[in-house]
Design a protein around this ligand. Structure first.
Ligand SMILES: C[S@@+](CC[C@H](N)C(=O)[O-])C[C@H]1O[C@@H](n2cnc3c(N)ncnc32)[C@H](O)[C@@H]1O
Length: 284
C-alpha cells in the first residue's frame, strides 16, 4: 500500500481488482471495495488485504469513508451483445443509479467507469444517454471513449468503454491518454511461436468452442501444437501478474478474469487523472 497516496479511491463491483491493481501503480490507495460474489470476494481479500463489502445497494453513503475517485466496472451482462438486451429493465442495469447516488452523497473529485462498448448502442443509444444524463445531473462533467487493451500494454484484443467524470466545480478539461503501444507479445505470454500477435478477448463463456470456431478465444497454436490458455496466462493478458490469487474452481477462475478490466488501461487513466492536478498533494 502507498504510504503517501496521491489520491484515494473506492472500488465498486470490485471483482478481482483490476482497478485496484492499475491504480496502485499510479499512487492510488483503496479505502473501500464492494462485491456480492463470495468467490470473487475471497480472491480480492487475499490479493489486497481488504474485504469487499457486499451489495452496493445496501451500502449507506455515510458509512463510506471520504475518497477522491469512484471506480466501477458495473455488471455488463444486461448491456453486452451476448446478454439478453434487457437494458435498464434488468435490475443489474440499475446499478448505475447506485453509482450516481454515491456520487451525489459523497462528492468525490472524479470517477472512472468501465463497461462493454455495446452499452452505447443498445436501445438505439437511449440507455446510454439516460446514464450520461444521470451522471451529468449529479454534478459531473463527463467524458467517454472506447479504449483497446492492445494499445495500452497488453497483447489482447479487448475494446471497452470508459466513462470518466470530474466534479463540475473543478473545471477540468480532460483528454484520454494517448496509446502506449504494446511491447509484450502474445508469444511472450504463451512462451512459444504463435500465429497471432494479439490474444482474443478473454471472455466469461464459450470455452472449448474449438480452434476453428468463430467463438474460439481460449485455444491457440503454439510452436505448431494446440494450446488451451491457462488462467495464469489470461491474468497476464489482463495486465495482472500470473501470481495474482484466484479463488474457486477452474470455471470460477476463468469467469473472474473474463469479468475483469485490463489493468494497464486503468493505470494510464489513473496517470491522466493525476496529471490534471485536481488531487491535493499529500504530506511526505
Ligand atoms: C464486470 S465485473 C467487474 C470486475 C472488476 N472491474 C475487476 O477488475 O475484476 C462486475 C462485478 O460486480 C459484482 N456485482 C454484481 N452486482 C453487484 C452489487 N449489487 N453490488 C456489488 N457488486 C456487484 C459481480 O459479482 C462482479 O464481480
Amino acid at each position: 500500500m502507498e504510504k503517501h497516496p496521491k489520491f484515494t479511491f473506492i472500488d465498486l463491483f470490485s471483482g478481482i481488482g483490476g482497478f485496484h491493481h492499475g491504480l496502485l501503480q499510479c499512487g492510488g490507495r483503496c479505502v473501500m471495495a464492494s462485491d456480492i460474489d463470495p468467490v470473487t470476494v475471497e480472491s480480492y481479500t487475499r490479493n489486497f488485504g481488504i474485504v469487499p463489502r457486499g451489495d452496493v445497494c445496501e451500502i449507506i453513503s455515510e458509512d463510506i469513508p471520504d475518497f477522491d475517485v469512484l471506480c466501477g466496472g458495473f455488471p455488463c451482462q444486461p448491456f453486452s451483445n451476448i446478454g439478453q438486451k434487457g437494458g435498464l429493465e434488468d435490475s443489474r442495469g440499475t446499478l448505475i443509479f447506485q453509482v450516481a447516488r454515491i456520487l451525489r452523497d459523497k462528492r468525490p473529485k472524479a470517477f472512472i467507469l468501465e463497461n462493454v462498448k455495446g452499452l452505447m448502442t443498445i436501445n438505439k443509444g437511449t440507455i446510454f444517454s439516460r446514464m450520461l444524463e444521470e451522471l451529468t445531473s449529479s454534478g459531473y462533467t463527463v467524458y467517454h471513449m472506447i479504449l483497446e487493451a492492445k494499445d495500452y500494454g497488453v497483447p489482447q484484443i479487448r475494446k471497452r468503454l470508459f466513462i470518466i467524470g470530474f466534479r463540475d466545480d473543478l473545471d477540468v478539461d480532460f483528454s484520454f491518454p494517448e496509446p502506449t503501444g504494446c511491447a509484450l507479445k502474445l508469444s511472450d505470454i504463451l512462451k512459444g511461436k504463435t500465429e497471432r500477435e494479439y490474444g482474443f478477448t478473454v471472455r466469461v463463456g464459450g470455452r472449448h468452442s474449438g480452434i476453428d470456431n468463430k467463438f474460439n478465444w481460449d485455444c491457440y497454436t503454439v510452436d505448431g501444437s494446440i494450446h488451451y490458455i491457462t488462467p495464469e496466462e489470461c491474468l497476464q493478458l489482463q495486465g495482472f501478474p500470473s501470481s495474482h490469487y484466484l479463488a474457486g474452481n477452474s470455471a470460477d477462475k476463468y469467469r473472474q478474469i473474463g469479468n475483469s478490466v485490463p489493468t494497464t488501461i486503468v493505470r494510464e487513466l489513473g496517470k491522466a487523472l493525476v496529471s490534471t492536478g485536481v488531487f491535493d498533494p499529500q504530506p511526505p
